[in-house]
Design a protein around this ligand. Structure first.
Ligand code: PA5
Length: 435
């Protein structure tokens, strides 16, 4: 029984038009697998679920246990691909109010994030919140030079060194970075921090299943073996070069066909608030991979039913350049049954005996029909339930789909030249030496 099934019926395209891409997709499939052999092509993520560093994986589990035993908080310092994947998985798979739960219930450290903005309010509030709680820090940066996490690390390094002895501070700082390049690797060597390596052939936004994501995820008590198992299932399932049998490649093709039809905004939709950061991760994956050379679908997101009361009007009747990809989680872990009330003043007795998950599902069905009728094509990704194995599959599904989609579009999905522009301007204004 497949745990993830994609339904393309409501994309309203003819199969024969999809199959016109079969030859191109088979070529891309071969090309990607060729690229995966060359470190410089940044395709290490393709075989990662079967080809990961097992020793490093065990070290991640060991250090996660150590952090669980000596810390109230794990501070994750990173930006973009160096934090979104971890946050996406942690928030999808833990209690909605994980960080607010009593430690005795949560059992694992709070996970807080910093180094993903430059707001003094954010950092000051965080410092105040931490107070005298015990913390560990995981600073994550492939380049080791990104300004936002570097600034946060400088601030929190000092805090750690004042809070603990120098030895203990060093013992509570974990660095995830390149094997040999960058300021962070030098700093880690000098301070003898425990380090984790981001493989050379994996770029930030494809790195969630390396130590980048796995250390914070394991610290939050999530079974990373199951996550990898799910990714392995997807690696195997979506390895067929034949478009006809490959739902992942079909998703990539259908996005491109819709884009050709001027549907140039994709909304990734969820009816589960826990998936909020999964959408953020997905937006970064597709936005940074495809948005170049004046091309690309703009990746956006929406949480229903919340956003049906804000964006719903636009989606239904605004400019017709949207399509939706809906993640439908078929079985909710929890449920609530609606009861009848004698006076029925709120007029909800018609829902007596119905589960909230059923009501949520009917909202989804009603919305789908309304949006498709309103000329918003829908792709539905049905997932049996929210668990580590299925999230692992979904991660791999989107990474592969993103690469193939970008290659169909004719861009390089593994670079991000445009990101440098703001940095250069900012460095000039800040008078950074050399700018
Ligand atoms: O996907 C990417 O490559 C980027 O989003 C990076 O992850 C982000 O810019 C952070 O870079 P670094 O890990 O070098 O600090």
């Amino acid at each position: 029984m497949e745990n993830i099934k994609v339904d393309f019926k409501n994309a309203r395209l003819f199969e024969k038009n999809v199959m016109k891409y079969a030859k191109q997709v088979a070529e891309i499939h071969k090309k990607l697998h060729e690229k995966a052999k060359n470190e410089k092509e940044f395709c290490g993520w393709l075989n990662l679920p079967t080809n990961y560093d097992k020793k490093e994986f065990e070290k991640i589990k060991k250090i996660a246990k150590k952090i669980q035993s000596n810390s109230d908080i794990l501070l994750v310092i990173g930006i973009g691909g160096s934090y979104l994947g971890a946050r996406a998985v942690i928030e999808s798979l833990t209690n909605t109010f994980y960080n607010l739960q009593e430690k005795s219930i949560r059992k694992t450290p709070q996970i807080l994030y910093v180094g993903n903005n430059l707001s003094p309010n954010y950092i000051r509030d965080l410092i105040d919140y931490i107070g005298d709680k015990d913390i560990s820090v995981n600073v994550i940066s492939k380049s080791g030079t990104t300004t936002e996490p570097a600034i946060a690390f400088r601030i929190f390094r000092e805090i750690m060194e004042n809070k603990y002895s120098l030895k203990e501070a060093r013992d509570r700082i974990y660095v995830t970075t390149d094997k040999e390049k960058g300021a962070l690797v030098e700093l880690a060597k000098k301070e003898k921090y425990t380090t984790f390596v981001i493989p050379n052939d994996i770029g930030g936004r494809y790195s969630v299943l390396t130590a980048v994501g796995l250390l914070p995820i394991a610290t939050a008590g999530i079974d990373i073996d199951k996550l990898m198992e799910g990714a392995r299932i997807a690696q195997d399932r979506y390895n067929d070069e034949n478009l006809k049998y490959n739902e992942c490649y079909k998703y990539a093709v259908i996005r491109n066909i819709l884009y050709e039809k001027e549907k140039n905004i994709e909304l990734l939709v969820t009816y589960e608030p826990k998936m909020h950061y999964f959408i953020e991760w997905w937006k970064q994956l597709f936005g940074e991979s495809e948005g170049k050379e004046q091309k690309g679908i703009y990746p956006s997101g929406a949480e229903f039913t919340t956003d049906l009361h804000s964006l719903g009007q636009y989606i239904q009747e605004g400019r017709r350049n949207l399509f939706e990809t809906v993640i439908n989680i078929e079985n909710s872990e929890n449920d609530i049954v609606m009861k009848a009330e004698e006076d029925n003043l709120d007029q909800l007795n018609y829902l007596e005996g119905k589960n909230l998950s059923y009501i949520n599902n009917q909202a989804m069905e009603g919305t789908k029909v309304a949006h498709v009728d309103g000329d918003v094509p829908n792709i539905i990704i049905n997932i049996k339930k929210l668990n580590a194995k299925n999230i692992g599959q979904l991660i791999y599904f989107f990474e592969l789909a993103c690469a193939v989609s970008g290659l169909i579009l004719g861009v390089n999905p593994f670079n991000q030249p445009g990101v440098e522009k703001y940095k250069n301007n900012m460095f000039k204004l800040l008078k950074k030496p050399g700018y």
